[in-house]
Design a protein around this ligand. Structure first.
Ligand code: URA
Length: 233
């Protein structure tokens, strides 16, 4: 069987998020056939090599992953837990999915609505969110005031924000219930869309994510969850 990187195999085994596993490898908590390994790309044969995390053998059976899309309502956090007890996306998961250790891919502000993908496929989650892979994210936005053609061009070419210039975007005026503009970006800076419009003096009043890569929100109602096949994602 083909060798794969240690980080990828552990992430796919569902032992935790890619970030947590990277830290465990760096800290020398992972061993392969009894030897501590600290390189993420150390090649392993998942069905042959014995991989241990914190001294315990990791079960590397090929895992069936689950992919759920949720239309997040306003006022809900896109995290699993909140120390202050506010509502999170976990409350929308039907009981049959609760034991699967699904987690949300990427962030959506509390006041934004729309598409959130939840999965336990850490490798795919990483590929969808890392800017290197340039997956598109499309938002429908209600902005205050009319956008001039010159402002649309500025948004498309990149806006200087305090944490750097945004990369090229596609912006269109739309006439959709409750929204007057669509914007497609490839990055995920914090509050990026809101800050881009704010920088031009057009505060965002409503924001809904309608697409991530090939995955479209479609007719999914707010608060509803739908299981999707990996190919769709
Ligand atoms: N950009 C924002 O400003 N907010 C979101 O929730 C998503 C993208």
């Amino acid at each position: 069987m083909e060798k794969q990187s240690l980080l990828k195999v552990l992430t796919q085994a569902g032992t935790g998020s890619r970030r947590k596993i990277s830290a465990a490898i760096k800290e020398g908590r992972v061993s392969v056939n009894g030897e501590v390994v600290t390189g993420f790309n150390h090649p392993v044969e998942p069905q042959k090599d014995r991989i241990s995390l914190d001294g315990r053998l990791v079960d590397i059976k090929p895992q069936q992953f689950t992919y759920l899309m949720l239309n997040k309502p306003k006022g809900v956090l896109s995290t699993l837990k909140d120390e202050r007890g506010r509502r999170t996306v976990i409350g929308f998961l039907p009981q049959k999915y609760r034991h699967l250790r699904l987690y949300p891919v990427g962030r959506l502000d509390k006041d934004s609505t729309g598409l959130i993908l939840l999965t336990n496929d850490g490798d795919l989650a990483h590929r969808l969110t890392h800017p290197r892979f340039e997956h598109e994210k499309e938002y429908h936005v209600l902005v205050k005031g009319g956008l001039k053609a010159s402002e649309i061009r500025r948004l498309e070419m990149g806006i200087k924000l305090e944490d750097g210039k945004t990369s090229p975007a596609v912006v269109k005026k739309i006439k959709s219930a409750g929204y007057n503009c669509s914007i497609t970006i490839h990055e995920g800076k914090k509050h990026q869309v809101r800050r881009m419009f704010e920088a031009l003096g057009h505060p965002v009043l409503e924001l809904k994510r309608v697409r991530m890569g090939n995955l479209k929100l479609g007719d999914l109602k707010e608060g509803e969850v739908r299981e999707v096949r990996k190919e769709k994602v």
